[in-house]
Design a protein around this ligand. Structure first.
Ligand code: ADP
Ligand code: MG
Length: 882
């Protein structure tokens, strides 16, 4: 809103700079015009009321390897080819006009390629008024009855507006009437047929909520921006009698020399930082027709200038500015308040931009090319500005927007920088020829939609009581009515107020002068008239007094009403606050309800989870109980087992004790055997030494042996060798019945209960070998027991042959060892495994060699045998002793 200079008045708060942070995006609409000819190729399809789809024309697709696909663009609304001007107006311009009437600024521009329908949309065609005539019509339909008299509002040349006093305004009106030749009333005026039927009366629109207590006035300006120069299209060029530019009808003179090119205008910034065209004509218009006529005048001027200067109209921007001045009526509701601070001026800019196509598309040459370049430059600047604005808003940057780079953008600066509503109608021609240009238009449109503009704030109320105009009117009507009641119709027969008043005066004396000497009539008449005059004076005084009284009463009531309205306003404010509070609380309740629902849901879930867990717990408890019972059982079982084991252990202990004893005995036996072998050796040596001397003497067992161990070992194996075996040995001749064995079983041997026991028939069983038994037999068998590595007792059957020695004694040569081994199947496998190697991995040296040693001393190896028969017999590694 363009505000007047700020000043403080006690009646109303000073106008504030817009402090609102609310922003609205630029409203971008798209209008698709019908194809020029039916056989033209089409590249646009309206697919919804917000989206259009572009598809590349066939030729283009082929050129670019089909790289162009269908592209969709969305807008606030898309208007198809069947859209009427009225429909478009309702959606696009009506809200802007409503804003204008409510003191808010608006900017509406059409953008598109030449021939896409920008002018058709903005201005319209005969019978189809565009947005501009419709906007004007709506303004006058809305404010018509509340318009101020001409020249009450007067532009101050600094983009501001003054309120003239009644007299000055009247004088200005009289001046205008004397100058102008056109008839005053529009009804009688000849309407240009070019725009006569732009809008039909039934399509008339009207804004709601027009403030009746304000007075309005509309001013229009019309400028053209061409080649980055601003031209005032409404400027009244002073009539030059020598070089007339225009004839009376507004048609140009054909002669080029008579044409004075218009002077360009400059842009200025007013004290409120709004841009305006300095010195631009602002024509006050009082009706749609008048406004449109002014517009048409400008339009014609534009056309003439273009023809005269050989310019292309599609390359210029035209800007039609509608300014609406409004000021509150004074307290009486009679006149516009004479206070510049109370004047509000809002404006609506209707812009028909130049064709957006690139220069190459026009057949521009020479100076035309320069112009075209500039036109393009200004649209380019518009694009850049929009781009920078968008970037600043989206990325929070603060880049300078280059408004000043072109006149168009510079003029629009306030809309984007300040506040207002900005709308753009993107016009498109669906023909395939325009495809590439249209694509660029779409991209610009898309970008523009992302720019936001501060929403205009509401106008503060002026502080006077509302309904002043109506009251004033009612008062006037009432006064006339009363006057009429008293005096009757002024020109009628019936008595009027005036007549009654006249009758109440003292009657006039006869005023006919009787003669030249009549000096009574006149003085009497004078007296009567003086009386009347006095009465009149009194009545006037009375009237004035009453009037004043009435006025003061009215003023009092006005102030009463004012205070009441203030009170109401206050209450409304409070109510608003309360409403807000209620709303907040409602929101809070909603939030809490949502939260509570959420929590309930959570509780529900938790309940379910708890149930599951409880069930789990129950089943686990049951399992626990059953396990405990089992454990109990197992414990008692274990106890029983323990008791049994105790028994077994005691048994085993006893057994092992016995076993140990047995082993000790076996060891002792073995040692004794060793001792015996040594003794034997000694004896044999002795015998060899003493053979010659005492051939018949028999070797005696050492008395020590006989004395010491007879209890345990009644007879040790006694091969009874009487001398070293000599070869060839002559064997004892065998008896007819076969071999005869000496079965030598030492008494220390333990009965092993084994099944495989040597059973030799005809054998002579001895506990200790003796000469007598040996002499009768030719074979000898010693049953020797020793403890094996697994702790078992191993029985070895040591076989030998009995030979006669040269000294007449007997000698035994051991030839073979049979080993009988008893195995415990339970421990066997485990023991075998662990007994393969010793703890250090080395095969353990066994003690079997002890027997071998013992035997080998007395035995002769068989011829051809490297090893003793014992070795062959025990071909596997010996087991370790436990
Ligand atoms: P621009 O101003 O974009 O160069 P115009 O408004 O002059 O284009 O339109 C070119 C032609 O197309 C005009 O004859 C106009 O009457 C016609 N035209 C444009 N839009 C429409 C429409 N929506 N319906 C019918 N005719 C249209
Ligand atoms: Mg045009």
């Amino acid at each position: 809103m363009i505000r007047q200079a700020k000043g403080k008045t006690p009646r109303r708060p000073p106008p504030k700079k817009p402090s609102n942070t609310q922003k609205d995006p630029v409203g971008v609409y798209c209008r698709v015009r019908p194809l020029g000819a039916d056989d033209e190729e089409c590249c646009i399809e309206v697919i919804s009321n917000t989206t259009i789809q572009l598809h590349a024309p066939d030729g283009l697709k082929a050129n670019r390897n089909g790289e162009f696909k269908e592209t969709q663009y969305s807008f606030k609304k898309v208007f198809g080819i069947k859209t009427t001007q009225r429909e478009l107006f309702e959606d696009v311009a009506k809200p802007l006009v409503e804003d204008l009437i409510h003191c808010k600024n608006g900017l509406l521009f059409t953008y598109g390629v030449t021939g896409s329908g920008k002018t058709h949309t903005m201005t319209g065609s005969p019978g189809q008024g565009g947005l501009l005539p419709r906007s004007l019509d709506m303004i006058f339909n809305s404010i018509g009855p509340y318009q101020a008299k001409r020249y009450v509002f007067k532009p101050d040349d600094k983009n501001g507006m003054e309120v003239q006093n009644q007299v000055d305004a009247l004088l200005d009106r009289q001046k205008r009437d004397s100058q102008t030749t056109v008839p005053k009333t529009p009804t009688t005026r000849r309407i240009d047929p070019e725009f006569a039927d732009m809008i039909s009366p039934e399509e008339a629109c009207k804004a709601d909520g027009v403030d009746e207590d304000s007075s309005y006035s509309v001013f229009v300006s019309y400028i053209e921006i061409y080649n980055n120069y601003i031209y005032d299209l409404l400027e009244e060029t002073p009539f030059d009698p020598i070089k007339p530019k225009w004839n009376g009808a507004g048609t140009p003179l054909r002669n080029n020399t008579e044409f004075i090119p218009p002077q360009s205008k400059i842009l200025r910034e007013d004290q409120n930082h709004n841009m305006y065209v300095a010195g631009c004509t602002e024509v006050e218009v009082k009706s749609t027709e008048e406004a449109f006529e002014v517009f048409w005048r400008g339009q014609k001027k534009r056309r003439i200038a273009n023809t005269q200067l050989n310019r292309e109209s599609s390359r210029s921007h035209s800007v039609f500015i509608i300014k609406l001045a409004q000021a509150p009526l004074d307290a009486d509701g009679d006149n516009v308040l004479q206070d510049k601070n109370q004047v509000n001026v809002s404006q609506l800019c209707l812009v028909d931009l130049a064709g957006s196509e690139r220069t190459s598309r026009t057949r521009a040459e020479g100076s035309r090319l320069r112009e075209a370049g500039n036109i393009n430059q200004s649209l380019m600047t518009l694009r850049t500005c929009i781009e920078v604005l968008r970037e600043n808003q989206m990325c929070g940057t603060n880049k300078m927007v280059p408004y000043r780079d072109s006149k168009v953008t510079h003029l629009f600066k306030n809309y984007f920088d300040g506040e207002g509503k900005v709308r753009m109608v993107v016009c498109v021609n669906p023909k395939a020829d325009d495809y590439e240009e249209t694509l660029l238009v779409m991209r610009f449109a898309e970008m523009t939609q992302e720019v936001e503009v501060a929403r205009p704030v509401d106008r503060p109320i002026c502080g006077f009581a509302a309904g002043r105009r109506q009251r004033n009117q009612a008062f006037k009507e009432e006064l006339t009515r009363r006057l009429e009641e008293r005096g009757g119709p002024v020109d009628g027969e019936s008595p009027t107020v005036l007549n009654q008043l006249l009758q109440s005066f003292p009657p006039l004396p006869p005023c006919e002068i009787s003669g030249p000497n009549d000096d009574v009539t006149l003085p009497r008449l004078i007296e009567a008239l003086e009386k009347r005059h006095k009465i009149r004076q009194m009545m006037i005084d009375e009237y004035n007094k009453t009037g004043n009284m009435l006025k003061s009463v009215l003023q009092e009531q006005d102030s009463n009403i004012l205070s009441k309205e203030n009170f109401i306003q206050e209450q409304r404010g409070k109510l608003g606050e309360k409403d807000k509070m209620i709303q907040n609380q409602k929101n809070e309740i909603d939030r809490l309800e949502k939260k509570s629902k959420m929590l309930e849901y959570k509780i529900d879930i938790l309940q379910k989870t708890t149930n599951i867990y409880e069930e789990d717990k129950r089943s686990l408890q049951q399992e626990l109980e059953s396990r405990e019972q089992r454990l109990q059982r197992e414990v008692s079982e274990k106890r029983r087992m323990e008791a049994r084991m105790q028994g077994i252990v005691t048994d085993a202990k006893l057994k092992w004790e016995k076993e140990c004893e047995r082993r000790v005995n076996a060891k002792q036996l073995e040692m004794q055997n060793k001792l015996w072998v040594k003794d034997e050796k000694l004896k044999q040596l002795k015998a060899i030494v003493t053979e010659g001397k005492a051939e018949n003497r028999q070797p005696q067992r050492p008395s020590r042996e006989k004395d010491k161990v007879p209890a345990k070992r009644s007879a040790s194996p006694s091969p009874v060798p009487t001398g070293p075996p000599v070869r060839p040995l002559h064997r004892r001749s065998h008896s007819a019945g076969g071999e005869r064995w000496v079965d030598h079983k030492p008494t220390t041997n333990v009965d092993l209960d084994t099944v495989l026991q040597p059973n030799i028939p005809n054998a002579i069983k001895v506990n200790a070998p003796n000469e007598k038994a040996l002499s009768k037999c030719d074979k000898y068998l010693l049953t020797h027991q020793e403890v094996a590595s697994d702790g078992e007792i191993q029985t070895k059957l040591i076989k030998g042959e009995v030979f006669k020695t040269r000294g007449g004694g007997q000698s035994v040569q051991f030839t073979d060892i049979e080993t009988l081994k008893q195995e415990n199947p339970v421990v066997a496998s485990r023991k075998r495994r662990s007994s393969e190697n010793g703890p250090d991995g080395e095969p353990v040296e066994s003690d079997w060699t002890d027997v071998e040693t013992r035997c080998s001393v007395a035995v002769e190896m068989r011829a051809g045998s490297n090893l003793g028969p014992g070795y062959q017999h025990h071909g596997y590694p010996k087991r370790r002793k436990p």
